[in-house]
Design a binder for this molecule. Structure first.
Ligand code: ADP
Ligand code: ZN
Length: 299
């Protein structure tokens, strides 16, 4: 007997550096995929639109975007970016160009909420009640899943803009245009580059920058553990390609918690608690496929 035909969905990860577009039913069944640099809104959204038009039909569409972005379906500005730090993208609408062309259910959310949904659906986040996904790249962003739903509320989480105590002796003013030395201002990829005069990827692993980076990320993780009580924390994004950061962050997070949370998962098995994305660099775009599937199912 032939297996039942699996519906395909359109997924788009809109990042500040690049866009990734995919038509798939899941990680094991990808019909088409492409990626290209983020340039101007008309050009980049136009390329995405052309890709999806060439790969119809699909049953629904999901988008994970950099932000901040209006996620209120009742607002006339639904899908529109606001204070984006990406030049030229302020007020670009990430959803509208697709709504005008495709008559299918659509969903849009933050890149990190969507990546969390991908991991929750297929990999490192399965079975969690509270899941946190943090990306450390051009910016720092955090999102997640609580009881199967992406985190919303007043707006959407902006976990990269929290304040963390200074690493001893660090006088770097930080590069966040809004806050200077918030977490993103101190510890994003561009912050590392501005502080050390070298791209993060070119800093040797014994460079003092990594201990400082691990301290800032562990401080943030400590704060999220104490506020959100996540069952698992996934760290992704370009900077986390430096795999040696994981043990440094885990040890530093344990040191900062200082035995206060007496759970074996933290005390003895923290390598199963603070983990890389199981979908690797496809977490974002496959999360968009998972979001599309939710929309197709009316969730
Ligand atoms: P974006 O956040 O724009 O979607 P990324 O997650 O790839 O994209 O983040 C890009 C940032 O990550 C840049 O600041 C870059 O310097 C840094 N980065 C990318 N690859 C590496 C690497 N292998 N090691 C350290 N930093 C990296
Ligand atoms: Zn900030």
């Amino acid at each position: 007997m032939k297996p039942e035909k699996v519906p395909f969905y359109a997924g788009m990860e809109a990042g500040g550096t690049k866009f990734v577009c995919m038509v798939a039913s899941g990680p094991e069944d990808v019909r088409a995929q492409t990626s290209f640099s983020t340039t101007k809104p008309e050009e980049t959204l136009g390329r995405a639109l052309a890709f999806f038009m060439a790969h119809e039909p699909f049953g629904a569409m999901g988008i994970g975007t950099f932000g901040p972005c209006n996620l209120n379906p009742d607002s006339p500005a639904y899908g529109r970016l606001s204070t984006s730090i990406k030049p030229g993208w302020k007020e670009a609408n990430m959803l509208e160009p697709f709504r005008q062309v495709f008559d299918v259910p659509m969903g849009i959310d933050t890149d990190v909420n969507v990546a969390a949904l991908g991991e929750y659906t297929w990999r490192a986040g399965q079975g969690t009640e509270v899941l946190l996904y943090l990306t450390v790249g051009t910016g720092i962003g955090g999102g997640g899943i609580i009881n199967g739903r992406m985190m919303h509320g007043l707006f959407h989480p902006e976990m990269g803009h929290i304040r963390v105590p200074r690493f001893e002796g660090d006088r770097f003013p930080g590069i966040c245009p809004y806050h200077g030395d918030c977490l993103q201002g101190l510890a994003s990829g561009p912050a590392m580059e501005a502080r050390w005069g070298k791209k993060a990827a070119d800093l040797p692993i014994d460079h003092p920058s990594w201990r400082m980076e691990a301290y800032y990320l562990a401080s943030a993780v400590n704060n999220y553990i104490c506020t959100l009580s996540p069952n698992r924390i996934i760290l992704g994004g370009g900077v986390m390609n430096q795999k040696h950061l994981f043990p440094l962050i885990r040890e530093e997070a344990k040191r900062l918690l200082n035995g206060y949370i007496q759970l074996p998962l933290i005390m003895k098995k923290i390598e199963e608690y603070i983990v890389p994305p199981g979908l690797g660099d496809r977490a974002g775009v496959l999360g968009a496929i998972a979001l599309a599937r939710q929309k197709a199912e009316g969730r």
